[in-house]
Design a protein around this ligand. Structure first.
Ligand SMILES: [Mg+2]
Length: 205
């Protein structure tokens, strides 16, 4: 069983659309209140681009997603999400996104975000959800689990990591300017990247 990147992005766009108000509320509390609208515009553009010129391989699809997000999402999130997908595309082999393939592409994407954003877990960023999700995927692959089980584990880890951002004080990005006042708010980036993992799980039936 493999994950189709196009299905993944359709699910992601739908989840972002459903949760755009919540993303904006979280960003209003500790940022500039644009994460919901930015992500909604970006994921809608991704779905439109994939429909307009359907890529022939999973790697080509991931690359197109990255390019579209960089072009259409503003703020800090566009380059970070874009980098995630461009790095993922580079790591995507011909077998596509089976459990091991998916783990490899998101690991590469995570490494790209770390290199670009210079954040680490505990800084109250998207990494706090993404990093445990990627670790959970690796663990599932090592245990020989199938894609569905691996994605279940990744989603549980992402949700736990996302929830753990609430008591954190931000050390990166705009939220860090708030100092102690950033405590008590769920991080918007950790929230949207958890939707990205949820979308992958929902796209595999
Ligand atoms: Mg913002």
């Amino acid at each position: 069983m493999t994950l189709d990147p196009i299905e993944w992005m359709r699910e992601f766009a739908a989840l972002v659309d459903e949760n755009a108000d919540a993303l904006t509320e979280f960003d209003a509390a500790i940022g500039d209140a644009d994460h919901g609208s930015n992500m909604r515009r970006g994921t809608a553009a991704v779905v439109a681009a994939l429909a307009e010129s359907p890529p022939e391989t999973p790697a080509a699809a991931l690359k197109q997603v990255g390019m579209t997000l960089i072009r259409s999402v503003g703020g800090a999130s566009g380059p970070l999400y874009g980098t995630f997908f461009l790095r993922a595309a580079s790591a995507c082999g011909e077998n596509g996104l089976d459990a091991a393939g998916f783990a490899a592409v998101v690991r590469a994407g995570l490494d790209g975000i770390v290199a670009r954003g210079k954040a680490e877990p505990g800084d109250k960023t998207m990494l706090d959800a993404l990093s445990p999700a990627v670790d959970a995927l690796d663990e599932s692959v090592r245990a020989g689990e199938e894609l569905v089980q691996a994605l279940d584990a990744a989603l549980a880890a992402a949700e736990k990591g996302r929830d753990a951002t609430t008591p954190m004080q931000a050390r990166k990005g705009r939220a860090s300017y708030l100092g102690e006042r950033s405590v008590g708010h769920q991080d918007p980036g950790a929230t949207s990247v958890t939707l990205l993992i949820r979308a992958a799980r929902q796209a595999v039936r």
